[in-house]
Design a protein around this ligand. Sequence first.
Ligand code: ZN
Length: 159
Amino acid sequence: MQIAQDTVVLIHYTLTNDSGEVLDSSAGGEPLAYLHGNGNLIPGLEQALVGKATGDKLSVKIEPEDAYGAYDDDLVQQVPRAAFRGVPDVQVGMQFQAQSNLGPRLVVVKEVAGDTVTVDGNHPLAGQRLSFDVEVVGVRAATEEERAHGHVHGAGGQH
Ligand code: ZN
């Protein structure tokens, strides 16, 4: 069976950045299971997998616009220290859930200077070109329920 819209796909993958640093990998663990064509993977990776079958291996380089998007300077904002009520010691690298026009968004603290905290709402991989080494280890048709939910059930899936 070939990978197409609404197939359940199992892959092993290793994700590296442009410097060759491994950012994520399923090696040594369970393969990733996802429902194809439902926005569960970044667009560039889904496109590369269309038509592949069990046993196929591929290496793809994905530009930021087909991965986690370009880095957006507008998502870097300065907020008053007082906005972090209940956090006694705000430090660089801390992550917070912030409210934005587009709903809740994860931001990371970039700088703390006096009463001003600079936070960055970009995805950690925004603006990066990503390389995936992928092996397809299974393809099956999705159940009706999986299609309705837009994700995989059972081993390796969510509910
Ligand atoms: Zn479900």
